[in-house]
Design a binder for this molecule. Sequence first.
Ligand code: ZN
Ligand code: ZN
Length: 434
Amino acid sequence: MVRLVLSNHEITDSNSGNMISTCEVSRNLIRKKEEKNLLLSAVLMAGLNYEAEYGDSHDILKALSNEGVEFLLTCEGKVPLSECNGKIICLFFSANWCRPCRGFIPHLVELYDTLRKRGVSLEIVFVSFDREEDGFNEHLKSMPWLAVPFDVNLQRRLIDRYRVDRIPSFIPLCSDDDITVEDLIGCIEDYGANAFPFTRKRHEELKAIDKRKREEAKLEELLAQEGCNFLTSGDDIKVHVSELTDKTIGLYFCAYWSPPCRSFTIQLTDVYNNLNAAKNGHCFEIVLISTDRDLKEFNVNISSMPWLAIPYEDRTRHDLCRIFDIKGIPSLVLFGPDGRVISENGKFMVSSYGADAYPFTESRIGDLEAALRNQGETLPQQVKDIKHEHVLKLDMAKAYVCDSCKKQGKFWAFSCDVCDYDLHPSCVEKLHKD
Ligand SMILES: [Zn+2]
Ligand SMILES: [Zn+2]
């Protein structure tokens, strides 16, 4: 009769002296129903021993094998567990029904492909949060890596063991002592393959690189990333980033789905055409950094613009949003002809002063503001106009329509407190009390 000796997860067949997995044991034993109780206690003990077993990449393989898992899956079929031998294994907990999971997978696919191309021996093993096998299979189709076969009970044990309390969750089983980044999902979304090896130290390094780039990097360095040195335009002309020298450049963060972006695009187009038609030639260029949701939207967006764009598939778009900490769109970051940042507040400059803001330097904006103040000082605090029955007060408005000439106005206005009535200072006809 077979006698089983438990040693951690391994069970020795004392007849042959060979180590056999619990799975093999189970197959043998189910045939010998009289030994069923012994099997149960073996599995139970293996379960209790998880803590000690999961230290690094290799122990997960041992543990899976002890769980009766003989192979992992890809969307094409079975792969032996030994496929993972010697690789850095990362567990990926995810579910097909979860929108953030589905949104995260393209980031992870990019990371996986890039790291493997770089020769990093990395393997991702998907553990499903799906309750239905159909969902699991559907989800697996979007993944180029491996998966633990669908088994709700096993999934639950792995989820408990790794204390996974949210999805998506990405857990690298590194054997070194470096501590993993707290928000690893966010870090991978931000930095892609550069997040590897997923440690806090690496995250700090990446943030420091971003800080330096934001403060010191020249435009060309920001735009030209490995293999992506070209900008595109609505009519599909390719322009090398080095051709942007000696101009004032605006990086325009914008998406077609956003109404404020669409209205700012109109203002910016005016300024663009205005400045480039002037006698100083083509002095102002814009580069669209699209935050459109897909390529189709991007194409619609750029086709309405007379300037350049970073190609939609270029990761630089994403990097620039992160480096300049873009929290809202539209946003315009301006660079001088020397390639250095002039202002991250280009949207305010353009919407306030239009083409007059050129060359968008602090001193230019200071001059414009001073001129406005001076103009205000020459105007009376209130006037009585022959066209209107109430007293009109001096006011500062971002935009208004003059009720006399019906043209747009900006900044100084004479406005009525009682009704909606505004006049350009130049459109006031004073009532003379003679
Ligand atoms: Zn007017
Ligand atoms: Zn009035």
